[in-house]
Design a protein around this ligand. Structure first.
Ligand code: ACO
Length: 175
């Protein structure tokens, strides 16, 4: 398995990852995917709590670059000092696997990989690959008989490098 760059760690998403420090929060990382919108810390905490209460279904992981000096905390954090964890690094990648409970295959489980994001300035360092390898391993460990995902045509070569193959067709209905 590819090793991460020095000082980078893979870990589960944490309650404190909603730091408002510029460019360092989990939500900021997701912006490479689509519009994230304005999410208050309260709203983030409620969603985090829901995921925690369903921790046998939602597995959200991040990669953190610990090389960031603690002094880089911005003044924007001064109004909510409790959100800042001194010495923490910067989140540079994220991803989720959702373990769906089925009736078929004798109450089998399917892993759904969702919202894979690597910060624009960190792409091409095998972080995406590491996120996917970790999510595949989680899916396998919790008992999923397969792990699937939807992606755009341009991401097909990336997912092929991660061991996935084309299967079926994605359909969508937007409300
Ligand atoms: N075309 C061809 N090959 C690619 C591409 C691409 N678009 N992207 C990555 N690869 C290759 C790399 O060259 C590398 O190959 P190598 O092992 O031969 O060197 C391998 O795939 C692994 O690449 P990583 O460095 O791990 O890729 P990265 O860290 O940049 O992550 C990702 C890829 C997640 C697509 C990233 O570019 C990103 O966040 N993009 C924007 C958001 C996005 O599209 N997310 C995926 C949405 S689909 C979903 O969430 C289920």
């Amino acid at each position: 398995q590819e090793s991460l760059p020095a000082g980078y760690v893979v870990r589960p998403l944490a309650r404190s990852d909603n730091q408002v420090r510029s460019n360092s929060s989990f939500l900021k990382t997701l912006e490479v995917l689509t519009t994230v919108g304005t999410i208050s810390d309260d709203a983030f905490q409620r969603r985090f709590q829901y995921l925690k209460e369903h921790s046998d279904q939602y597995y959200t992981i991040v990669i953190e670059d610990m090389n960031v000096p603690p002094t880089s905390a911005g003044s924007a954090t001064s109004s909510s000092p409790s959100l800042v964890t001194p010495g923490r690094g910067k989140i540079v990648a994220a991803g989720t696997v959702l373990a769906e409970r089925k009736f078929i295959h004798e109450l089998g489980m399917v892993g759904h990989i969702e919202d894979i994001a690597v910060s624009a300035d960190q792409q091409g360092k095998k972080l995406g690959l590491r996120i996917i390898e970790t999510l595949k391993a989680i899916g396998q460990q919790v008992g999923c008989y397969k792990v699937i995902l939807d992606c755009s045509e341009k991401n097909v070569p990336f997912y092929e490098k991660c061991g996935f193959e084309r299967k079926g067709v994605e359909m969508g209905w937007y409300v």
